[in-house]
Design a protein around this ligand. Structure first.
Ligand code: BDP
Length: 326
């Protein structure tokens, strides 16, 4: 009787251990996705949707955690970390990618998209696909674009026209093209990470910045810089990318699932974006922000020399292709 009892205890222990082991083996892999925006911002909402879809489509094998609000570092930092395979997914602006893959700087050239529709025709066509695919040479896999609307200038002083930008210290993304754009507009460019813009405005390190309306409002920049001039100099696409190091180790069916999820997340994001633009614009008005329409031709004329700079001559072929997309 005693022997039987001992045997039973031993067998149960073995069973418990075996089950625990099985559970460990079957535990979903938790992957990181870096996002600079706060919870509820349209790109963050789309990241969450992407994570949900990936988990669903891989039957729970891949679980993505969204680290919002820049918890994993600046966009330039997380791009580097994704290249190394430390972070699996990143949602960033195309701007920080210019430093690791200069050809994508084509999208940072000002006034190249006629409208949101024109931009999406380009991104959904062969040009957009070319840039997503070519990122593999720097250790990144581009899987989707998101919408970031149009960027405008804002400052702590009234901005009625181009002349008002003269001499102002304007924050730009750490991107050499934007440094040149702001210089051509007569202001002083100050490249700093997104997460530092608010305090730089508060402490007077900068007089203004440039971004889309949802960022201007959600990051609180409007509290210090309430004058915005709508010139729409950039429609800078957002990128969702995967670390190639991680990607190469995935089974084919998971790659397919991730690509499908990214496609659906893009559709979701564009809707969320369009709603957010209206919502944040209404908030800006309610908070007493001053929004003026720019004489865009005046701005375009000022930045025209950029297109003749030798460092951007390789962009010409792409710029012509973008222009030709109807
Ligand atoms: C926002 C982009 C974000 C960038 C930020 C910036 O969504 O990815 O980090 O601009 O200006 O519009 O750095």
């Amino acid at each position: 009787m005693k022997r039987r009892l001992i045997l039973l205890v031993v067998l149960s222990a073995v069973l418990v251990l075996a089950l625990a082991n099985f559970r460990l083996a079957a535990a979903p892999k938790v992957l990181k996705l870096a996002e600079v925006h706060p919870k509820g911002y349209p790109t963050e909402l789309a990241d969450e949707e992407f994570a949900r879809l990936v988990e669903e489509k891989t039957d729970g094998a891949l679980k993505i955690q969204v680290f919002f609000g820049g918890q994993l570092g600046s966009e330039n930092d997380v791009v580097e970390q994704a290249k190394l395979g430390v972070i699996e997914f990143v949602r960033v602006s195309t701007s920080p990618v210019v430093s690791v893959y200069p050809p994508i700087g084509v999208f940072s050239m000002p006034y190249i998209f006629r409208s949101q529709e024109h931009m999406w025709k380009v991104l959904n066509g062969s040009i957009g696909q070319h840039f997503l695919d070519s990122l593999t040479v720097v250790g990144l896999v581009g899987i989707a674009y998101f919408d970031a609307g149009a960027r405008n200038f804002y400052a702590n002083k009234p901005l009625k026209g181009l002349a008002d930008l003269k001499g102002l210290k304007i924050r730009v993304q750490p991107n050499p093209i934007m440094v040149n754009v702001v210089k051509l507009l007569g202001a002083t460019p100050v490249p700093i990470a997104y997460g530092e813009v608010y305090s730089a405005l508060q402490t007077g390190v900068i007089d203004g910045a440039e971004n889309n309306i949802p960022s201007w409002i959600s990051a609180g920049h409007y509290e210090v810089a309430k004058y915005l001039i709508k010139d729409g100099h950039l429609r800078l696409p957002e990128l969702l990318m995967v670390s190639k190091k991680f990607w190469d180790g995935l089974p084919e069916e998971h790659k397919v699932a991730i690509k499908e999820a990214a496609k659906e997340a893009t559709e979701f994001q564009i809707k969320a974006w369009n709603e957010a633009e209206e919502k944040y614009l209404a908030q800006a008005r309610a908070k007493g922000c001053v929004i003026r329409e720019a004489n865009v031709e005046e701005f375009q004329a000022a930045v025209a020399p950029l297109f003749e700079m030798p460092e951007y001559s390789s962009y010409k072929v792409w710029l012509n292709k973008i222009k030709a997309v109807k």
